[in-house]
Design a protein around this ligand. Sequence first.
Ligand code: GRF
Length: 194
Amino acid sequence: MVKLIGIKKINIAVFISGTGSNLKNLISHSLRKKSRYRICLIISNNSKAKGLNYAKKYNINKKIIHYENITNAEKTILKELKRNSIDLVCLAGFMKILSAKLIKKFKGKIINIHPSLLPKYKGLNTHQRAIKNKEKFCGCSVHYVNSKLDSGKIILQKKVRIFKNDTAEKIKKKVLKQEHILYPKAISKVIVNL
Ligand code: GRF
């Protein structure tokens, strides 16, 4: 039997702007006995993000970032990351773009989940665009964050079939289900290199 006692867990911050279903899923995974990470901090630019409720429910530190001024916003983010000894940042539906400066400071330690098979369909409304182009497949990707939108090195991807009558809403649900499998797997893959 492999003894897990003494294994160091890494500290993760999850950045959200909305529902937080990925956040909730990552918290559940982090609470598993053999998990190698804990979610220590939730950051949101949106004080009304539904996902913020998980902070209270699971007793996790949270910080709302006011984005009137990006320099100040990112100063606060960096302070919080230091204060919570964060090793890895996981973006999960975070609707703000991080500056090249911040990304450089946390190089190789910021990852994102995106609802498309990158490099196809960067940005927003991915499923609508896939339907419009009569794609047979869509999917999701977890990638490292670099200074170009949705362009960093891909860590893992999962394909999802698009059927003839699928609406964007239907696809979103199917893809989200796969996101919840993919993101924890991708984290397990990257923490080996931290
Ligand atoms: C997900 O589809 C993710 O791929 C994208 O934003 C959405 C966030 O969903 N970046 P949730 O807030 O985790 O439910």
